[in-house]
Design a protein around this ligand. Structure first.
Ligand SMILES: NC(=O)c1ccc[n+]([C@@H]2O[C@H](COP(=O)([O-])OP(=O)(O)OC[C@H]3O[C@@H](n4cnc5c(N)ncnc54)[C@H](OP(=O)(O)O)[C@@H]3O)[C@@H](O)[C@H]2O)c1
Length: 265
């Protein structure tokens, strides 16, 4: 085995990516498949998950599943269907998300319930439900991995008309560190990536509008939007053998956006 395969390779590993058919989830799924993992891609649109799994089959093994993570029963259904297919789970990427944009004055109550359910409760409950399978994969040398997808907005008090989304991402960062403490004794690491702006369905209003994309990129210290290789590098570090001793980390993947000091001097 080459040095790089040893440190970052995932041959023989089983992974689940929620919301893995689009955007950042798709980027993470492809990285995992190309590194050798068998990857389950799950979201509400089963057909889209199956289609992406089919595309990724060019590089390795991927399976698409339908799952609605907005309720406890949907979360349990997904965990049961993974358990029906696999006797261990090495890697769980909690990536699925919803958002809502509305002005401060009209921001609706319902958006808090819906968004917290998918973006926070499902992260906790799916991890809880899959812990027995993660434990089966975990060893002291190579722990099982949970990677939550947080956001650069989690650490910056910017509502940007997506108040519940931003608060839900802050909760994901906090929960990541709580779960890293909870699960370390079971040899399961729990980390988060905190992306800046990447092309995705959620971000299409920016990334598919040339002027808006240019403006957003201009506000990033490294001067560009994120690319699939940026997600691949972070995911393979956190999921490969080389990331075995890292837990409770919130890894910024944002071109330096998280450490800008706006207008201090
Ligand atoms: N793109 C960015 O600039 C950016 C920046 C910072 C953080 N992030 C984070 O990156 C992650 C991915 O976001 P994205 O930008 O890639 O957005 P996206 O393309 O809109 O992806 C969201 C995914 O979540 C799935 N999903 C939504 N509701 C679901 C439900 N009830 N059950 C199961 N799956 C559900 C969607 O699939 P279905 O519609 O098929 O269910 C979709 O695949 C999120 O955690 C987001 O907060 C993104």
């Amino acid at each position: 085995m080459s040095f790089l395969d040893d440190i970052f390779g995932l041959k023989g590993k089983v992974a689940l990516v929620t919301g893995g058919a689009t955007g950042i989830g798709r980027m993470a799924s492809e990285a995992l498949v190309r590194a050798g993992a068998k990857v389950y891609i799950a979201s509400r649109k089963a057909d889209a998950c199956k289609a992406v799994a089919e595309e990724l089959s060019a590089f390795g093994e991927a399976i698409g599943l339908g799952a609605d993570l907005s309720s406890e029963s949907g979360v349990l259904q997904l965990s049961q269907s993974i358990a029906a297919h696999e006797d261990k789970l090495d890697i769980q990427i909690n990536n699925a998300v919803i958002t809502c944009g509305a002005s401060y004055g009209s921001f609706p109550w319902e958006s808090w319930d819906n968004i917290m359910s998918v973006n926070v409760s499902a992260v906790f409950s799916l991890t809880q439900a899959l812990t027995p399978l993660l434990e089966k994969a975990a060893t002291e040398e190579i722990p099982a991995r949970v990677v939550n997808v947080g956001s650069v907005v989690a650490n910056q008090p910017i509502g940007n008309n997506a108040y519940s989304y931003a608060a839900s991402k802050a909760a994901v960062h906090h929960l990541t560190q709580i779960l890293s403490n909870e699960l370390a004794g079971k040899q399961i690491t729990v980390n988060a990536i905190a992306p800046g702006p990447f092309p995705s369905r959620m971000m299409a209003f920016v990334t598919e509008n040339e002027a808006a994309a240019k403006m957003v990129a201009g506000g990033i210290p490294l001067g560009r939007l994120g690319m699939p290789s940026d997600i691949a590098g972070a995911i393979l570090f956190l999921c490969g053998k080389g990331g075995s001793y890292t837990t409770g980390a919130i890894l910024p993947v944002d071109g330096g956006g998280h450490c800008q000091a706006h207008g201090m001097f």
